[in-house]
Design a protein around this ligand. Structure first.
Ligand code: ADP
Ligand code: GLC
Length: 491
């Protein structure tokens, strides 16, 4: 098979800028595609939090003229770097007015009012960059609403450019809750024909919905787990786009995310006191002690430690956790929570930590180091998401021998096998209904198993650690999608 030229566009990419799992995926998938021999390149904004020196970014000669319709032409700089440890080029679109801010999408809890223009700018810059580099892409791979305009632009505004004839577009939906829904004036900035302002394409409730347009125009649409691919065709998970998605389901594929074992592996984790693996878990016990010390929790190895890491958002089931907090803390456990997000939740968990200093500790903030330490130290990982397109933390947990307690939705359902008390099989604990009772019952079940069936828990930890969620298989699935999309385009 012919090796492909792939341009992957994302609003966030590890290790340069991250707010969630999108960045992990946009950082790891290209490496796996490169290992398959493809010429893959990444485009993202140059936020001002990205350190030019640290990543040895070079300024590309000349400027990029980005046509922005009613806003006129806007000139961008381009910095070039590489994905650390690889030869994968990463291009950073630089414009102070658009990206010269601390936050990626918001500051102090408020979304930037010009996010429509900022990401229309990024999406268009991808095309101008390809032209400048004389890079004729076989595939442009867009991710989430921020770059969902790309498939629309490819079929309209840039359709006549020779360099893009024969280019196919892929849109990956990482989270359908966020669709990029804006005022119709964005049509004039996008410069796509007004025929596209119809409910089968960009139009939605009188405004422009970028995700909707992207789904309509992409040659193939993927989402990040097989179960989520089914769920988003239902009213419970479709956020109003279920019929639209369903109408395009012939080109919809669910591909589970892998994890980057260079970043997440207890055998090489620089943040934990001593490496460990499935054959010898003594390093895990040390990690538990160290975390208890860090949080001033009693040094106890005779009770289970439960961890949570994630955005404090409704998606993650934080209302359910808050609801059962009192009951849960009467169980013989310790609980550590790391996260930022909704301010009620930040205050709530801070208050609970003050009331139960021997049982519950929290760090409200973002800390990659602590995220690793919690994954390693915990016996159980709590992830009662209301919906979860894929979820990475439960997979990191498996790898660290930390058994996930999850709601059976999306990628959580696809990656965790429920405990069977008869046989001791399974890799975690699952519940169906998004209720406090169901969550509490499942936490209690897991805690009781910890005390009453230690041999099952030990075996489950080891089983979980030996599972593999590498990117190799998923990258091969993306490869198939790319070839299929190209076949559709080129006949
Ligand atoms: P989502 O993308 O919906 O937030 P994922 O499970 O796919 O959920 O990915 C979340 C990623 O963000 C994980 O790598 C997780 O470790 C990280 N993360 C989330 N919140 C924090 C935090 N407060 N500190 C450090 N890492 C965090
Ligand atoms: C989104 C989803 C999460 C997924 C991540 C990476 O942020 O919420 O479930 O793991 O994207 O695909």
């Amino acid at each position: 098979m012919q090796k492909l030229k792939i341009l992957l566009a994302s609003s966030e990419v590890v290790p340069f800028a991250k707010t969630g799992g999108l960045a992990d995926v946009a950082g790891a998938l290209p490496k796996a595609l490169r290992a398959l021999g493809h010429d893959v390149r990444i485009v993202m904004p140059r936020y001002y939090i990205i350190d030019k020196e640290q990543f040895a970014l070079k300024h590309l000669e000349g400027e990029l003229g980005v046509p922005m319709g009613s806003m006129g032409e806007i000139w961008a700089g381009v910095f070039e770097g590489v994905m650390p440890g690889t030869d994968i080029p990463v291009y950073f679109i630089d414009h102070e007015g658009m990206f010269g801010r601390k936050g990626l999408y918001e500051e102090n809890g408020y979304s930037f009012p010009d996010n429509d223009n900022r990401f229309a700018f990024l999406s268009k810059a991808v095309f101008q960059l390809a032209k400048k580099l004389h890079f004729k892409p076989d595939i442009i791979h867009a991710n989430d609403w921020h770059t969902a305009a790309i498939p629309v632009l490819l079929n309209t505004r840039f359709a006549k450019d020779d360099i893009f004839n024969g280019t196919a577009s892929i849109l990956t939906i990482h989270n359908l809750q966020h669709q990029g829904h804006f005022y119709e004036g964005l049509m004039n900035v996008l410069e796509v024909p007004w025929e596209e302002f119809n409910p089968l394409s960009l139009e939605s409730w009188g405004g422009v919905n970028l995700m909707k347009g992207g789904i309509a125009h992409a040659d193939m649409v993927t989402t990040v787990s097989p179960t989520y691919a089914k769920e988003i065709q239902t009213s419970e998970f479709g956020w109003g786009l279920e019929n639209h998605v369903h109408g395009h389901n012939k080109k919809l594929v669910g591909i589970i995310n892998g994890i980057d074992y260079d970043e997440w592996s207890p055998e090489i984790d620089p943040f934990i006191p001593q490496p460990y693996n499935a054959a010898d878990l003594s390093g895990k016990a040390l990690a538990k002690q160290a975390l208890q010390k860090h949080f001033n929790l009693p040094q106890r190895n005779d009770i289970p430690l439960i961890g949570f890491v994630g955005r404090l958002a409704t998606q993650k089931g934080i209302e359910l956790i808050a609801h059962i907090m009192g009951g849960m803390l009467h169980l013989d456990i310790q609980f550590v929570l790391l996260g930022t997000g909704e301010s009620w939740a930040e205050h709530f968990f801070t208050d609970v930590a003050a009331k139960y200093p021997n049982k519950f500790a929290t760090h409200i903030g973002y800390s990659n180091k602590l995220a690793h330490q919690i994954e390693a130290a915990s016996d159980y990982f709590l992830m009662p998401s209301i919906f979860e397109p894929c979820g990475l933390n439960q997979i990191y947990s498996l790898c660290y021998g930390t058994l996930p307690i999850v709601r059976a939705t999306g990628g959580l359902d696809d990656t965790i096998e429920n405990y069977d008390p008869e046989t001791g099989q399974g890799t975690g604990f699952k519940f169906e209904w998004a209720t406090g009772d169901a969550l509490y019952g499942t936490v209690k079940w897991a805690v009781e198993a910890w005390f009453n069936k230690p041999e099952h828990i030990e075996a489950m930890k080891k089983r979980a650690m030996l599972e593999r969620f590498g990117w190799e298989d998923s990258a091969r699935d993306y490869e198939k999608v790319y070839y299929y999309a190209l076949g559709k385009r080129r006949g």
